[in-house]
Design a binder for this molecule. Sequence first.
Ligand code: 1GP
Length: 249
Amino acid sequence: MHASVLTIIENHRAAGKKMLAVLVDPDKCSEQHLLKLLPQLKAHTPDFVFVGGSQLKISFAHLIDVFRSELHIPVVLFPGDATQFSPNADALLFLSLISGRNAEYLIGQHVNAAIAIKNSSLEVIPTGYMLIEGGLKSAVEYISNTQPIPRDKNDIALATAIAAELLGMKAIYLEAGSGASLPVSEAMIGLVKNHIHIPLFVGGGIRNKTQVAAAFRAGADVVIVGNVLETEPERMEELVAASHSIAML
Ligand code: 1GP
């Protein structure tokens, strides 16, 4: 049993430490890939494993159970919609796509999932999920039928994040989209960080230790990496080490 995800994040923030989350998309995690990924996750443990994706409607119960039994870190649901739910995870990012204006992803999917979530013992983390233009059309943009915030419109990103905090959300996630060619800019991360008090997650297109360090220096509390480990799971060590070396910035 570990502390709640929000408590872990708050404790790290208080100690000036940064955190890395590895995102595993069940659509892209074959049994063969899992056999390569698991030893890396065990040898170079990140702070969290996120499970989810935005594309296909698949059951990921098996993956959740494997991570829960093999790893000693929180397993966090990062759902693309209400079907991507398992009561066996530790926590759920209850994502509201606040960069967009599609009610289905602002509240509709949440209503669909609400009773199942309420009946589970999952830690629920209401999260303002902000899609930022990342150089490529993202799956989130396509599936949700919303527009990302332009990558140079830092003022819009800031106002959106502040609105989320005022609405009572417990975290902000700046998302450039999985496989983005351009991660969220340091300027945008820094501006948002300086005006909110809730934890800041940053992901999308972060592929190496330099980019991990840049996102942390700019103000991210938790950096999420996914895509790069789908093709090169052996990069786990470098990315986890980068999150540790940035402590106390
Ligand atoms: C995507 O933010 C995550 O939702 C991670 O992005 O797959 O590009 O690392 P990548």
